[in-house]
Design a binder for this molecule. Structure first.
Ligand SMILES: Nc1nc2c(ncn2[C@@H]2O[C@H](COP(=O)(O)OP(=O)(O)OP(=O)(O)O)[C@@H](O)[C@H]2O)c(=O)[nH]1
Ligand SMILES: [Mg+2]
Length: 372
């Protein structure tokens, strides 16, 4: 089994890693909020709190300032390394909209890869797009975070390798995404079924998992492969993959034959250069598409919904202001007749009090309000 570590950065990322830790995997948690870290039951050595901070309140600018202070980045990477020196794949998991996760997650993955890549360590990324009904600021954060990741991916240094992009729109409850992701990852990483029938061995699994580009995993159980597959696509927690994979992986239930179903998989994933396949005793089938190019389509979609929200916001603001300006003439004379004071109630504010007491102009301002 390829040795892996799952590193959660920020709240959402840590929630996902918690599920993976429950499955028995190595876990590490990084947060700028001590309160959030405290809720996680794990070995104290698995936690890192960014000094003196109380969360980033979704503020990317602030998060960048904090993470780039002194040697914070290197210090965190060193902690991860010292805790889990023997692993090969280090998964950096975070949400794109988070101040902590969306900003620091990608930066840490990049830095870790630069510091320890020579030793054969690989930094992979798992990240999550927000629901489309989340606020403008969250959509904006997601766009910026994804562009940050894209730049790091495309800069030619090869520090960011394999990326999995999950979609919070895929489930009513985001916790279900965490759970479903952890279960399928667990089954895949625990796969050790070497058979004569097929060619997916440990080495090839590692290739699938570390190929640069986007990776998508589907898992389903169904007597009818085609129906099972289309159901799995509908229920997928991933953003729809592009159809240019370098590798596909197929781990099939014994009832299903690769040769019969490969066309269905190609319809869905496109045509890979190689397919690594195998059968196993489990009920389910696992299909993997790995090494598709950076998914710019997602950035475009996020930008569209951001713009849409901007337009709606502008419209709502305009309307509310216009309504305010609709001046309705009201005659208060009837009220004033009832309210007319017969005695002078205030005699204190006179020039003689000057210098004795601080006074505001507010009383004066409102004194004559409503009188005509
Ligand atoms: N899938 C999933 N998404 C989550 C979870 N928790 C939060 N999110 C999403 O993550 C985004 C909010 O980011 P968080 O991860 O809470 O933020 P953070 O990284 O802790 O950053 P700050 O709170 O700004 O310090 C929103 O889009 C949420 O919908 C979770 O457990 N699972
Ligand atoms: Mg948080």
């Amino acid at each position: 089994m390829v040795e892996t570590v799952f590193i959660g950065i920020g709240q959402g990322g840590s929630n996902i890693v918690r599920e993976l830790e429950k499955e028995g995997f190595n876990a590490f948690y990084i947060n700028s909020s001590l309160e959030d870290l405290d809720t996680i039951e794990t070995n104290i050595k698995n936690k890192y709190h960014i000094d003196g901070m109380k969360g980033m309140a979704k503020n990317r600018q602030y998060a960048i300032e904090v993470i780039t202070q002194d040697d914070t980045i290197d210090k965190i990477c060193r902690k991860i390394y010292e805790r889990y020196a023997n692993a090969t794949i280090y998964y950096f998991i975070y949400t794109l909209s988070g101040g902590t996760g969306g900003t620091m997650g990608g930066i840490l993955a990049e830095a870790f890869s630069e510091l320890y890549g020579e030793e054969g360590k690989v930094a992979n990324v798992v990240t999550v797009i927000p629901k489309s009904n989340e606020d403008l600021g969250m959509q904006g954060n997601a766009i910026q975070s994804l562009e940050q990741l894209k730049e790091a991916y495309n800069d030619g240094k090869g520090l960011i390798t394999n990326i999995q992009l999950l979609d919070n729109n895929s489930r009513e409850n985001k916790m279900d995404i965490n759970r479903d992701f952890a279960i399928t990852m667990s089954r895949l990483l625990n796969y050790d079924h070497i058979t004569a029938d097929g060619n997916l061995d440990e080495n090839e699994l590692e290739v699938l998992l570390t190929t640069p580009g986007f990776m998508t995993i589907l898992e389903f159980a169904n007597e009818d492969f085609g129906n099972g597959l289309s159901d799995a696509v509908n229920k997928s927690i991933y953003v729809e993959p592009l159809k240019n994979p370098k590798y596909d992986g197929m781990i099939l239930n014994k009832k299903h034959k690769k040769d019969i179903n490969i066309e269905l998989v190609r319809d869905l994933f496109g045509y890979p250069t190689f397919t690594h396949d195998s059968v196993w005793d489990e009920e389910t089938n696992i299909l993997i598409s790995s090494g598709t190019s950076f998914n710019n389509k997602v950035i475009t979609e996020l930008k569209k919904s951001y713009k849409d929200l901007m337009d709606k916001k502008a419209e709502a603001e305009k309307q509310s202001i216009e309504n305010n300006e609709d001046d309705i003439e009201i005659d208060f004379s009837a009220m004033n007749k009832v309210n007319t004071r017969t005695t002078q109630t205030s005699k204190t504010t006179s020039s003689s009090t000057k210098g004795r007491r601080k006074s505001s102009s507010i009383r004066d301002k409102y004194m004559n309000l409503g009188k005509k």
